[in-house]
Design a protein around this ligand. Sequence first.
Ligand code: ATP
Length: 235
Amino acid sequence: MLEVSNLSVRYGRHLALEDAALTAGEGEIVVVLGSNGAGKSTLIKAMAGLVRTEPGARVMLEGKPLHKLPAHRIVDAGLALVPEGRHLFGTLTVAENLMLGAFLPRTRDKADESMEKVFAVFPKLKERLAQVAGTMSGGEQQMVAIGRAMMTCPRLLLLDEPSLGLSPLLTSELFKALPSIAETGTSVLLVEQNSHQSLAIADRGYLIEKGVITGEGTAKELLESADVQKAYLGG
Ligand code: ATP
C-alpha cells in the first residue's frame, strides 16, 4: 500500500532526515515516535511533497510514485495531510472548512457521501456545522482538520502530532476515532511524541531519533520494549 525508502531531507547543511524507510498496509495504523526535533514533521512533509527531498527518494502509494509529483497532485493520488497546528480557516464555519477538503474534481461529486463518513467518525461535527471553526476547542478543531482531510477521499491519512495541545482525555477521544477511519480501508500514519496513547491504537510503530529511524515493531512489542519504556514511556 505505502512503501517509503531512501527519504532524506537537508535544510542547508543540516541533514534533518536520513534514508528513512517505512511501510503501511491497507487499513493499518502506523505511528512514528520521536521527541522534539527528531524529524517527525520533516518526514511527513517530505512524503506530502512539501519539502525538497534528496535524490533517490521513493514514496510509493498503491504502486504510484508520489515522489515524482507536485504537492497538489499527491493529494489527488490519495495522500491527505493533517498538518501540525491544524491550519483551519478560523473565520469560516465547520461546514465550509469541510467542503474545502472536497475541492478535487474526483471528490466534489462525492462530497455528501464523504460528509456522512466524517459524521460517522465524528458525530459531534454534524451538530456544529454552522459554528465558526475558530471558536471551537482544540480537540474539536482537530476533528475538523481530520474531517477536512477525509473529504479528499484519501487512501492514506498523514497526521502530524494530532495530540499537540490536547489534554490526555481529549487525545484519547480523538485517537479512538482513528481505528474507525482505518476500518474503512484508509491507512493512517501519525507522528507523535505521545507514545502511550498512540501505541494503544496503533498496529505498528517506528522510532525516529535525530532524523534516523532506529527501531520498529508491533505496537505491543514497542510498548513492552525496554528502550521504548526508557525513552518514551517514562519507565
Ligand atoms: P517537533 O516535535 O518539535 O515539531 P519534529 O520531530 O517534527 O519536532 P522537525 O520539525 O522535522 O522535527 O525538525 C527536524 C530538525 O530539522 C530540527 O533540528 C529542526 O530544527 C530542523 N528544521 C526543521 N525545519 C527547518 C527549516 N525549515 N530550516 C532549517 N532547519 C529546519
